[in-house]
Write a protein that binds this ligand. Structure first.
Ligand code: SAM
Ligand code: 2KA
Ligand code: SF4
Ligand code: MG
Length: 208
């Protein structure tokens, strides 16, 4: 099979990096996890903290067996698929292989592409820069909105109306604007208590 065909079937994927660390954000903050960061993103967030991931062609294309063979070397059995935008790819084969090896599977996604894969936890972080695909709303376990501008509170509420009723709601300050927005988020959460706060704790700990 040609490389493009292997990628289209989700059997080989562009891997930017993979690392064993502590989940810094959201519901699983503080949990040891193996991160698989796939290359490629077409969303274009102005404040993205991994812009070097955007160009898929820069990264080696690896068979999913090789990606998983590396993951099993570490003691943790929580895996986080991120990117880039991981839903640019069919994540069915990768997640089924991870499940076979006993992993709990989490994803970090903007939801801008059709949902795929077998995930135990879906963290959906919608962006103004590219509209989410409708398939994400029923599967999202967590809505994590990055706050970079005052209008992001209204953007967050718009999405809260569309996700399923069990979806957990979180606001996360954009890193460079966190001095301005963290106090506003704290106040917002106190008076809209269905919203929780998520911080990028790995950046405070200075770990990947
Ligand atoms: C780098 S993204 C990769 C996954 C996917 N493309 C997405 O945006 O959800 C991982 C998480 O980091 C968040 N993020 C990216 N840049 C950020 C920044 N400068 N400050 C705060 N959160 C950021 C995203 O919203 C997302 O929740
Ligand atoms: N420690 C750590 N936690 C994270 N949670 C989401 C991340 C991501 O970039 O998707 C991330 C990351 O890059 N590092
Ligand atoms: S969707 Fe995610 S990876 Fe893509 S630009 Fe936005 S934050 Fe970065
Ligand atoms: Mg990150």
């Amino acid at each position: 099979m040609k490389t493009e065909e292997l990628i289209a079937k989700g059997l080989s994927l562009p891997l930017m990096e993979a690392f064993y660390t502590i989940q810094g954000e959201g519901r699983f903050t503080g949990h040891p996890a193996y991160f698989i960061r796939l290359g490629g993103c077409d969303v274009g967030c102005v404040w993205c903290d991994v812009k070097e991931s955007w160009e898929a062609g820069k990264w080696p294309i690896l068979p999913i067996e090789e990606i998983v063979a590396e993951a099993v070397k570490y003691p943790g059995r929580l895996v986080v698929i991120t990117g880039g935008e991981p839903l640019m790819y069919d994540l069915g084969p990768l997640t089924s292989l991870l499940k076979e090896k006993g992993f709990t599977t989490n994803i970090e996604t903007s939801g801008a592409h059709p949902f795929s894969g077998d995930f135990d936890w879906v963290c959906f972080s919608p962006k103004k820069f590219k509209k989410p695909h409708p398939s994400i709303y029923k599967v999202a376990n967590e809505l994590k909105v990055v706050v970079f501008h005052n209008s992001d509170f209204a953007f967050a509420e718009e999405h809260a109306l569309k996700v399923n009723e069990n979806c957990e709601l979180r606001l996360q300050p954009e890193w460079s604007k966190s001095e301005k927005f963290t106090p506003l988020i704290i106040n917002y959460s106190k008076y809209h208590p269905n919203w929780k706060i998520s911080l990028q704790t790995h950046k405070f700990m200075d770990i990947p």
